[in-house]
Design a protein around this ligand. Structure first.
Ligand code: NAD
Ligand code: TYD
Length: 357
């Protein structure tokens, strides 16, 4: 079958990537989606069980740092676009092991860019009809004070954690490939995502699972840090809009104008889980445990996504109350998914098929 487009989505077995793959595979049967994922601890093909048999979906187990392999995949599937999400994504892990973050986020992005460059420059039409779309984070902009200011697309980069430093570096490489070689690129910087299939090392799924098992909820510092939360499906919808209508060489910020102090969000999670489990109101408040703060903990993130709204018409579809309710319900209804992930079972699940990680 001849496909209208052949799109690599990297990191498609992860949290956000799986939502993007699902959206593109189901909404655009005329596109072939090639999910390139190394299946690190954060990659789980169970996240895509509902779409894995679709004719327009292909999974390739590969490391984006493997330049030869990336070239091979680009040619084998005649790839015209890349939506790049593969990354090491957890700040606490980056504090313990910055090398892995530099390797995947910086060198991996560079290897993918160079493979795309070699392939596309070898074709008669060159870069025409091609796109390298890089998914990044608001954390590259650094930290805001409690003064109502927001990150815009022109805010100066000021990353503080090894994670955000590695993402900032990858953003610079993507823009450099546009400016130097004329590669059509787009970069988007999104705020904190929440929703189904998020690895339970991140605040929201970790706390939902801990409440269920009556384990302590480790709140860093005083719980006063502020994050701007967006439902993951709304991020995937934004990626769809930007992929189709975004202007080459532009940057778009994606966020929900939805700031929460950590301690307040923890209380909302407790209230929702207790209600859905039939516990008395406030039953799990005693689980809140203040622990030593994260090193270099950024005080506040908040995104101004006015440009995306005005130029491309995207807005979040879900109010936070609705999104958090859906999210808590999903984790409580999918305890098997959570148990597989927390026990590590999911890591041996696909070993027979794809070999050891
Ligand atoms: P995740 O950790 O859940 O998933 C990352 C995926 O990338 C996994 O499937 C993993 O197996 C894969 N991967 C890691 N290293 C790889 C490599 N070397 N080669 C191939 N695949 C590899 O991450 P996420 O939360 O879904 O984030 C996805 C992207 O979105 C990242 O680039 C992240 O920086 C960005 N982002 C995340 C958030 C958020 O709140 N989670 C917010 C803004 C931007
Ligand atoms: P996290 O989900 O790790 O996302 P990020 O660091 O990318 O914002 O953390 C969200 C916020 O919650 C952040 O301010 C750190 C805080 N946090 C805790 O207080 N306790 C925890 O156990 C975790 C994982 C995070």
């Amino acid at each position: 079958m001849e496909f209208k487009r052949n799109i690599i989505i990297t990191g498609g077995a992860g949290f956000i990537g799986s939502h993007v793959v699902r959206l593109f595979v189901t909404k655009y049967p005329e596109y072939r989606i090639i999910n390139v994922d190394k299946l690190t601890y954060a990659g789980n093909l169970a996240n895509l069980a509902d779409i894995e048999d679709r004719e327009n979906y292909v999974f390739v187990k590969a490391d984006i740092c493997d330049f030869e392999k990336m070239q091979e995949v680009m040619a084998a599937y005649n790839v015209d676009s890349i939506i790049h999400l593969a990354a090491e994504s957890h700040v606490d892990r980056s504090i313990k092991d910055p090398f892995t973050f530099a390797r995947t986020n910086v060198m991996g992005t560079l290897s993918l860019l160079q493979a795309a460059k070699c392939r596309w420059e070898s074709l008669p039409e060159g870069y025409e009809g091609k796109l390298f779309y890089h998914i990044s984070t608001d954390e590259v902009y650094g930290a805001l004070q409690f003064d109502g200011t927001l990150f815009t697309e022109t805010t100066k980069y000021d990353p503080h954690s090894p994670y955000s430093a590695s993402k900032a570096s990858s953003d610079h490489f993507v823009r450099a490939f546009h400016d130097t070689y004329g590669m059509p690129t787009i970069v988007t910087n999104c705020s904190n995502n929440y929703g189904p299939y998020q690895f339970p090392e991140k605040l929201i799924p970790l706390f939902i699972n801990n409440i269920r098992h009556r384990r302590p909820l480790p709140v860093y510092g005083k719980g006063e840090n502020v994050r701007d939360w967006l439902y993951v499906v709304d991020h995937a919808r934004a990626i769809d809009v930007i992929f189709h209508k975004g202007k080459v060489a532009e940057t778009y910020n994606i966020g929900g104008f939805n700031e929460w102090r950590n301690i307040d969000i923890v209380k909302v999670i407790i209230k929702t889980v207790d209600r859905l489990l039939g516990n008395p109101e406030g039953a799990s408040l005693d689980l809140i445990t203040y622990v030593t703060d994260r090193k270099g903990h950024d005080l506040r993130y908040a995104i101004d996504s006015t440009k995306l709204k005005n130029e491309l018409g995207w807005e979040p579809s879900l109010q936070f109350e609705e999104g958090i309710e859906k999210t808590v319900r999903w984790y409580l209804d999918n305890q098997e998914w959570m148990d597989n992930v927390t026990s590590g079972n999911y890591q041996s699940y696909y070993e027979e098929m794809y070999g050891k990680r």
